[in-house]
Design a binder for this molecule. Sequence first.
Ligand SMILES: Nc1ncnc2c1ncn2[C@@H]1O[C@H](COP(=O)(O)OP(=O)(O)OP(=O)(O)O)[C@@H](O)[C@H]1O
Length: 216
Amino acid sequence: MTSLFWKASSILGIRLGHVVHKMTPQTLVLCGPSGVGKSTLLKKLLEEFGPHFGFSVSHTTRSPREGEEHGKHYYFVTRQEMEDAINNGNFIEHAEYSGNLYGTSKTAVQDVLENGRICILDIDTQGVIQVKKTDLPAQFIFIRPPSIEDLEKRLQARGTETEESLKKRLSIAEKELKFGEIDGNFDRVIVNDDVDEAYEQLRDFMLPAINKKNGD
Ligand SMILES: Nc1ncnc2c1ncn2[C@@H]1O[C@H](COP(=O)(O)OP(=O)(O)OP(=O)(O)O)[C@@H](O)[C@H]1O
């Protein structure tokens, strides 16, 4: 149904923004360096407003891990299929990590929006640049740490990094923080120092979209 919808809208030349704007609230783009606390803040948002939000299912060329289901955790596709779809303009953003392509298709976002939910995109700065080139109506939020030292401590405390991956994440983080500081790149920059305070800011920022969805 959805892909038919997309085919029809492509044939009719309807632009993504026009289609989703009429029928949906928004898309929330959340960006910030690895370990800054995006998942922690999203967990809180979903605990409070779960039914209002949805995640789009990404595509990937990597193989499924045990327990992962096609269409639920990812759409598992071949590189050729994914490259063709990207070349046909069917993706909002995509990136290559560790030799595999990952990306968000227009259809995947549309699925969430058609269900009347605000679509959450948790993406990196390269993804933000790509989304901004589409006409998807979105709110862009950047989460930053109080300092790079804090970020390092957090990543260490999370216990998911080797010394090498930690170094790599911090070097990428420095570039991302610079991007986050540039005026106009984000609608809101939230410093995640005290997590409850950061969540209040995220919550307050999203309330108008949530209320609009409720018809207030
Ligand atoms: N305000 C905070 N103060 C201290 N620790 C925090 C704060 N927010 C999150 N953390 C902790 O920092 C670690 C990283 O947080 P989280 O996994 O949410 O980051 P992330 O941005 O989602 O990372 P990734 O992009 O790698 O998935 C976690 O151990 C989390 O509990």
